[in-house]
Design a protein. Sequence first.
Lengths: 123, 137
Amino acid sequence: MTDETKAPSERPERPAGDGPREFRPSGDRPRFGGGGGRSGPGGPPREGGRKFFRRKKVCKFCTEKIADINYKDYRLLGQFVAESGKIVPRRLTGVCSPHQHRLASAIKQARNIALLPFAGRAS
Amino acid sequence: MNRTYELMFIVRPDMADEDLEKLISNLESTVTAAAGSIKSVDRMGKRRLAYVVRKFREGIYILLTIEGAGSVVHELERRLRVTEPVIKFLTVRIDEEQKRLEKIKKLRDAKKKVSAQPAAVAEEAPAAPAAETPATA
């Protein structure tokens, strides 16, 4: 029961990560989409030029030095799975290529053993 | 060729404890008969499944760590497939991943040892004047 109540509470963070998408039409450098201007953990917006400061996303596994990405650790994996059950792309999460590779295979293994859903939220 | 595998399987939630123990000991004898060895048995308990499997919404998870050749896994999987209460299983080879992790750990430890010594010296230096100032004031 506890993890069920916890899982949805973690989810709303993701739409915030999706936020920069809406900014894109007005933003001048959409490829470097980051945490968005309003959350502002990256510091104050720069003077002139860019209107929205975007924090450079960094790989969670590199910064926190998480060495093994294991299929049993479904809570960790759940952070990189969208509400629909999809694996969140690298451009949104900022995970580096080698880690995304391991992450994807771990998520697929977890799906196989019913720790993560193939589609939709865990029932 | 000895390899390490991790075998996770799910049995139906209404299975009795003694039946489960019997199943596990059965699997153990299968492994030893095929010249392998069981390193650990982890009963992870009842858990809700992420999706419905054979009309079950929850299941009992069990994790085995096995050492042996690939033929051991082959035989084990065949047995699990014909065992009716087992609803799902997954085998993952873990020895190469373990090797990789050990390598990373070694590297990190080596780095720590190098960085720990100058850091300890640096810590002592500002601590000494800080301790003096309240005494003088």
